[in-house]
Design a protein around this ligand. Structure first.
Ligand code: 13P
Length: 257
């Protein structure tokens, strides 16, 4: 298996004041350890200010969503070209909150993934089942279905350069983390599906994040799993100290080339 640099991104969702966001970005930028790729995803109005705060650091800026068109009459939206222009390196696409609360569809996710690559952004493609789906034994059917759609418009080299985040909906914001074994089982299935579709070489390069109540005290065990290459962190990314502990856990578990 080829070595993958772990990647941890803090999804700040609709939290923090402007001052808090800039201060947090500065703290993370100054203190992020090596051996792990790091991103932060502030609310859209803060992207420019956080880009300034991160300037010259290794920490990348991420948007929380994108439209698929480069420009146009789409009130309330931001385009991948605009996000790239303000300094984004990553964009989160298909987060379960977008799917559940704002009508995001698999077809939209596919178009957004295509558009992200067209504009030089790394998509973080989110997949994951609800509690009802897990209890009905549909975890892999749902997750792999979302995966198929998310990667459907990508060429193999684009797939290889994408990040996929497995975020079981029942673990998001609930304090109920998937066990390392539960997460690894799904991550292994995701990588196997990517191998079927794009070949083993591509599948070995895609970084698979786990997301859902990741904290400093469970991050190391999750990231020690062979197919877990980092984390998409919500609540625990809002305070520098806790987020930096997660970054250190990822860095220490890094399987570097
Ligand atoms: P929590 O870490 O707060 O559970 O959120 C996870 C998440 O949704 C990250 O995108």
């Amino acid at each position: 298996m080829s070595a993958r640099l772990p990647v941890v991104v803090g999804n700040w969702k609709m939290h923090l004041s402007l001052d808090e966001a800039v201060t947090l970005a500065r703290d993370v930028a100054e203190r992020a350890p090596g051996g792990v790729e790091v991103g932060v995803a502030p609310s859209a109005p803060y992207l420019g200010a956080v880009a300034q705060a991160l300037r010259g650091s290794r920490v990348g800026l991420s948007a929380q969503d994108t439209h698929w068109e480069a420009a146009g009459a789409f009130t309330g939206e931001a385009s991948p070209a605009q996000l790239k222009g303000v300094g984004c390196r990553y964009v989160i696409i298909g987060h379960s909150e977008r799917r559940q609360l704002f009508g995001e569809t698999d077809a939209g996710v596919a178009k957004k993934a295509r558009a992200a690559h067209d504009h030089g952004l790394t998509p973080i493609l989110c997949v994951g089942e609800t509690l009802a789906e897990r209890e009905a034994g549909r975890t892999l059917a749902v997750t792999l279905g979302q995966l198929d759609a998310a990667f459907s418009a990508l060429r193999p080299e684009e797939a290889a350069a994408s990040i996929c985040a497995y975020e079981p909906v029942w673990a998001i914001g609930t304090g109920r983390t998937a066990t390392p074994e539960q997460a690894q089982e799904v991550h292994r299935a995701i990588r196997a599906r990517l191998a079927e579709r794009f070949g083993a070489g591509v599948a070995a390069q895609v970084r698979l994040q786990y997301g859902g109540s990741v904290k400093a005290d469970n991050a190391a065990a999750l990231m020690a799993q062979p197919d877990i290459d980092g984390a998409l962190v919500g609540g625990a990314s809002l305070k520098a100290a806790g987020f930096l502990d997660i970054l250190r856990a990822a860095s220490q578990g890094a399987r570097l080339p």
